[in-house]
Ligand binder design. Structure first.
Ligand code: SF4
Length: 346
């Protein structure tokens, strides 16, 4: 038997209370693992060995389970992972994040094999901006530059002039200071950027992240009363009523860095609680509280798509080199331009 430290979870799906009204609008897909599949006792060692055999790099988003973060070569937010993907010198990229992130890695690395442990790890925000509807939206605003948040499909990226992340969105919009700008697909980030960049004229695609939208401003106000010394840190994908109560608004990396350096001992955090792992590594003495959701009986502020990746699926992805991400070449070439421009300007 492996030591408890070495033994990873063997469950194949993170359960979320299905009776909750607030998760009923989320789409759930579960990539089943065959019951006949056998896993090594020491799954962590087996994954590390497969990484060596395949000459693979493992990139993981902060919203992944801590077991996956601990196995990763690079843990980061969308911008850091795009930068890491740009510098890869391995044959295989195992991407533990969601589909649009793995697609971005493939766009930057057409000759490398990119695998995503669960192909159903999508994103409600990206799914809420279908390419054909977005094309028609752009056509209604001739002459506007298109700045798209990285949380969108390769096809939407291919229609964009510039990609941004929550770390650099203000700077990317300021790049087109003399032009009308379409900002897609997150309306909450757009509103935040419009304020910061003094661009009330932004033309906004009205999408939203179903996870960040579920934080409750009312319950947060009550929580602040119970923790009067706590600082509130929020991601700009949250609703305005939540951001209005925040002491700090920033990207995933910004939140982690602020949590580490602030003198506050108790932090209420309005983003996915996968970030807690990186914060606790640096400041284990701090008390971290996830901001409350609209239904306190469920884990509705955990991204169900991110959590579809598991160590077992990662093992299979490295062993079988699938599911593999593919992007049609014409789309890839067009989508590469706004991504590279973002990386150059960041
Ligand atoms: S947290 Fe929201 S924006 Fe991020 S991957 Fe999940 S659904 Fe998409």
């Amino acid at each position: 038997m492996p030591s408890p430290k070495k033994r990873l979870r063997t469950k194949t799906f993170i359960g979320i209370s299905s009776g909750s009204a607030c998760v009923s609008s989320l789409k759930f897909f579960v990539m089943e693992i065959s019951k006949n599949e056998k896993f090594p006792d020491d799954l962590e060692a087996a994954i590390r060995e497969l990484k060596r055999e395949r000459n693979a790099i493992l990139l993981a988003h902060y919203y992944q389970e801590s077991e996956i973060q601990d196995l990763a070569d690079v843990v980061g937010d969308s911008l850091a992972l795009a930068r890491a993907a740009q510098q890869v010198d391995k044959d295989v990229i195992a991407f533990c994040g969601v589909h649009f992130m793995a697609e971005t890695a493939k766009i930057l690395n057409p000759d490398r094999t990119v695998v995503l442990p669960d192909l159903d790890a999508g994103c409600s925000l990206a799914d809420g901006c279908p390419a054909d509807e977005f094309r028609a939206f752009i056509a209604r605003h001739p002459g506007a530059k298109v700045v798209s948040y990285i949380n969108c499909s390769a096809e939407v990226k291919a229609m964009s002039d510039l990609i941004c992340t929550s770390s650099n969105a203000v700077k990317m919009v300021e790049h087109f200071k003399d032009d009308p700008v379409i900002f897609a697909p997150d309306r909450h980030l757009a509103r935040h950027v419009a304020k910061q960049a003094n661009r009330p004229d932004l033309i906004v695609w009205e999408g939203a992240c179903e996870v960040h939208e579920l934080f409750s401003a009312k319950a947060l106000a009550q929580m602040k009363v119970r923790h009067p010394d706590a600082e509130v840190l929020a991601h700009p994908e949250c609703e305005q009523a939540v951001l209005d109560q925040a002491d700090f608004i920033g990207s995933t990396t910004g939140i982690i860095q602020h949590a580490i350096k602030t003198s506050a001992k108790t932090l209420i955090i309005a983003t996915e609680d996968g970030v807690f792992h990186s914060i606790r590594r640096k400041v284990p003495e701090k008390t971290l509280i996830q901001a409350p959701g609209q239904d306190e009986s469920c884990s509705c502020n955990r991204c169900p798509y991110m959590r579809l990746n598991t160590p077992e699926k990662l093992y299979l992805a490295l062993r079988d080199l699938k599911p593999e991400i593919r992007v049609p070449e014409a789309t890839r070439v067009r989508a590469l331009q706004p991504i590279e421009l973002m990386l150059k300007l960041s």
